[in-house]
Write a protein that binds this ligand. Structure first.
Ligand code: ZN
Length: 572
């Protein structure tokens, strides 16, 4: 009888051992899987230390929670098993445990209770740490419209009804009437928007199609906000904003799911899916709409919304990639450009409605801007950007919309793309680093005034050769300008020498009347500032490294990609 009872006890011990081993292995598998995911994530991204701490705490919290749950399940399972076996054995009048094993059991239960309590306390601590470190400020949506000159929006004084949704943001938000881009091309401008550094400092002196990328040592707004626990996502839609630009730094998601370009409808489709999944998180979302960029071919009915005159002009003035042969009338092209803006604006309206539907509008800041403008029928060359820095190519819209906190206001102080990052950080109460070149706009929004400073602009590269038959190429052909108190001095290099143009912007906003030689004092002051700036610029490592190499050198691209770039005017 005793021997029989002993054998049964051994069997029970075997069953419990198998169960324990199985549970242990299950826990190990789970933990190793989670570790693999964890290290993959760490490895895949360029992490800042604070963010590493958050995700480590988050990971440990989730891991401990799962172990705790598994342990409890295991203990519960063991208890049930034990109960069933006890009942069965009692039926056959067999005692499962003697006094000694009862003592052991009590010790085991005590140890298990201590371990469980320890796990519980650790888990709660990590949970509290994460809660404390997760952001509490509003969400930030940064909308960057490509090639959108400010004066083609109704809220910036345009006569045509191109911008109902942007006008709504303007009516309810703070409008910066004098907002400027530092450079008239895409990748360098967005690099400035993301880093709060001028091109000379961040090194993206031309578009990524010319081989320029944002180096990893520059910190982007996405990295700063990710570091503070924000979910970060970017949805782009033009070739210069592909991952190859290295502007994806700091974004959890960088969606560039297109070959050369895509329409606002396709961008919104991906944005809406992401918003559905992340609406409960605090997020920084960047949306890049490419529609106003050439070629101007808005889908129906937007191609017929605005009238044109059907006059004949010199089609050779129109860049080949923009031509709708045989149409040469600029008013046709302008009507199509405006149609593209209206199409994009309708999709911005859908975005605003989506935010309403998801209940996100009240706690979201929207910053609306453009990377640069566009020459339409101005300055001898039509439907282009990147080659000059007349104001139509660098005057951009800038609207800060957060009606819960900021009342509508129009501000005419000169501001630039540099000010976007510090403004976002200021709104969120995040300390600035010394590495930022702009200034927060919150003091202006609250009514402060600023003394007028000097603002610098540059073109991607010049087009003196094409315009004047005076060929010049590469970084040497860049135009530079300085703006100060309503004056603007432009430096234009040509093979025959360096030329300057001076404009009084208050009397001649179209920059048609070159006043060089007529205002010696202003000219001397601005020339001193501009030449000092250009001297500094031409001594930066980014310039020196590339000056010996023509910027026309293309990255390795397939014939198909080269053709696509040609269609956007990036290649001649
Ligand atoms: Zn652009």
């Amino acid at each position: 009888m005793i021997q029989k009872s002993q054998t049964k006890k051994n069997k029970i011990a075997d069953i419990i051992s198998i169960y324990l081993i199985f549970s242990f292995l299950l826990t190990c598998c789970f933990a190793s899987g989670k570790f693999a995911e964890f290290w993959k994530e760490i490895d895949a991204q360029h992490y800042l230390s604070n963010h590493l701490f958050i995700i480590t705490a988050d990971f440990l919290h989730k891991l401990l929670f799962k172990i705790l749950a598994l342990t409890l399940m295991m203990a519960g399972g063991m208890g049930m098993l034990r109960l069933i076996l006890e009942l069965l054995l009692r039926l056959f009048r067999i005692r499962l445990v003697d006094d000694t094993s009862e003592k052991m059991n009590r010790r085991f239960r005590k140890t298990a209770a201590v371990i469980l309590l320890f796990l519980l306390v650790m888990n709660m601590s990590f949970f509290i740490i994460i809660r404390g470190m997760k952001p509490r400020g509003p969400n930030i949506i940064l909308i960057g419209a490509d090639t959108l000159r400010a004066d083609h929006l109704r809220c910036y004084g345009y006569a045509r009804d191109t911008s109902a949704a942007v006008d709504k943001l303007a009516r309810e938000g703070v409008v910066f009437l004098e907002a400027w881009s530092h450079i008239s091309s895409t990748t360098p401008s967005f690099a400035t928007i993301f880093t709060s550094k001028i091109p000379m400092s961040h090194g993206v002196l031309c578009n990524t199609s010319r081989g320029f990328r944002l180096e990893k040592q520059h910190t982007t707004i996405a990295e700063l906000l990710k570091n503070k626990g924000y979910k970060t996502a970017a949805f782009t839609s033009g070739f210069s904003m592909k991952k190859s630009s290295q502007l994806a730094q700091g974004f959890d998601v960088f969606n560039d799911d297109f070959k050369v370009e895509r329409r606002a409808e396709s961008v919104n489709c991906d944005v809406f899916k992401w918003l559905n999944r992340n609406r409960k998180e605090k997020f920084f979302l960047f949306i890049h709409y490419f529609d106003p960029h050439g070629q101007y071919r808005p889908p129906p009915p937007y191609n017929e919304v605005f009238p044109y005159t059907k006059k004949e002009y010199d089609i050779n003035r129109i860049p080949p990639y923009q031509r709708h042969r045989p149409i040469s009338d600029p008013s046709f092209y302008i009507a199509q450009y405006d149609g593209e803006i209206k199409y994009m604006d309708d999709h911005i309206d859908r975005l605003l409605k989506k935010l309403d539907k998801l209940g996100l509008s009240e706690d979201t800041v929207i910053i609306f801007t453009a990377d640069h403008g566009e020459t339409l029928d101005d300055h001898k060359w039509w439907f282009e950007h990147g080659h000059y820095i007349y104001d139509e190519q660098i005057h951009i819209p800038l609207i800060v919309w957060y009606p819960k906190v900021f009342k509508h206001k129009e501000i005419d102080t000169t501001v630039t793309h540099l000010d976007i990052v510090p403004t976002i950080l200021d709104i969120l109460g995040i300390d600035f680093t010394a590495d930022i070149e702009g200034r927060s706009l919150l003091d202006l929004i609250r009514g402060a005034r600023r003394p007028e400073g000097f603002f610098y602009h540059e073109s991607q590269h010049g087009r003196a050769g094409i315009r004047d038959g005076d060929e010049f190429s590469g970084l040497r052909s860049k135009h530079f300008a300085v703006r100060w108190k309503g004056w603007k001095l432009i430096r234009i290099p040509k093979t025959t020498g360096i030329y300057f143009e001076l404009y009084n912007l208050r009397e001649d906003p179209g920059e048609l009347n070159n006043l060089i030689g007529q205002h010696p004092e202003v000219e001397q002051k601005l020339k001193g500032k501009l030449l000092h700036f250009v001297g500094q610029y031409q001594n930066t490592k980014y310039y020196l490294e590339r000056i010996g190499h023509p910027t026309e050198k293309q990255p390795d691209l397939s014939t198909e990609e080269m053709e696509a770039l040609r269609s956007l005017g990036y290649l001649q």
